[in-house]
Design a protein around this ligand. Structure first.
Ligand code: NI
Length: 130
């Protein structure tokens, strides 16, 4: 599994994007509304590192609670799966608890993602490689 991005919660997408761009990050396209997660999502890249800005647009968002807790902060690392089903099974057999079913991610051309929680490591995301 290779690192695809670092997920970064932000309270205000526009202001966060401006601030990251001032540090030299370059947006990959524009923000995409992910209705399944109730959040706007924007990818940016700098020095070979990709970050994903995630900003809830509704209190119903699955990340609304996390934004209240963390404000603006990184909160997951996403890994591209070599084999989505096999890697997910490996994670589950190695102390990771799956958080829900895999879902298509509109901001990543509909590739499926699934989140896991580990008691010593926190949250990770697994991304289907297609
Ligand atoms: Ni992510």
């Amino acid at each position: 599994m290779k690192i695809h991005h670092i997920g970064y919660l932000v309270r205000k997408m526009e202001k966060a994007a401006v601030a990251f761009e001032a540090l030299g990050y370059v947006p990959e396209g524009s923000a995409v509304r992910d209705e399944g997660r109730g959040a706007d999502i924007l990818f940016l890249e700098k020095d070979g590192y990709r970050i994903e800005l995630i900003s809830p647009y509704t209190p119903e968002s699955v990340v609304a609670g996390l934004v209240k807790l963390y404000k603006n902060a990184p909160y997951h690392i996403c890994y591209t799966a070599d084999d989505f089903a096999k890697d997910a099974a490996w994670l589950e057999a190695n102390g990771y608890t799956r958080m829900g079913e895999p879902q298509a991610a509109p901001a990543i051309r509909g590739r499926r993602v699934v989140f896991f929680m580990h008691s010593s490591l926190g949250m990770i995301e697994l991304l289907e490689d297609i």
